[in-house]
Design a protein around this ligand. Sequence first.
Ligand code: SF4
Length: 240
Amino acid sequence: MAESKRTVVSKPAGKAKSADRPAAEIAEIFRRLHAIEPEPKGELEHTNAFTLLVAVVLSAQATDAGVNKATRGLFALADTPQKMLALGEDKVREAIKTIGLFRNKAKNVILLSQALIENFGGVVPADRDALVTLPGVGRKTANVVLNMAFGQATFAVDTHVFRVSNALPIATGKTPEAVEAGLEKLVPEPYRLHAHHWLILHGRYLCKARKPECWRCPLNDLCRFEPKTPSPNLPAKKRG
Ligand code: SF4
């Protein structure tokens, strides 16, 4: 999952109508997403809370697959803040040089390892306010770590969650923070823990930014986004 202090958000191609939607419909959206993928997982490889934190920091403006390729070697050498610090910035930089912004990210990995040791006894804190004090860690990274490492029902709003939530809509907003606040309010139990993963997967593989694949979308009848993309198999004049 890409993370950046300057979160890049893509707008849906058309206009979403008001998010004024009955709670039962929101529950139905998540019921369907749950039925398709009961246990959604993040795609960043990690072995503990520290390696997850580093992987999320490295994923800013990079693909999860690209990050995984680099971190397999890095985490074999260093899977704790102490080992990362001992490895040193030059070797971290070398290990992650295939990832965008690698110089700055290598610096942050070392600085955040140092901060974890100095301020948190070498342990990744299960607290958002504490996490965002670490170099390279923004609210979205903190939410991912709280969710995946500590089982907290946080809503990490990346570009996919932002777009899908505004398109359907579930929670609308002009900023990731506004959408996060809306999701906090609207997503019912028992779907809160996995909600952001379902929306990421839905956005990544189906409700794509350039061309949402509405014709095969399981949420089509609940989605107010217009115009919907017709099936490419329909004759041209029926596609409208
Ligand atoms: S129908 Fe599905 S794919 Fe199309 S805009 Fe709505 S949620 Fe996205």
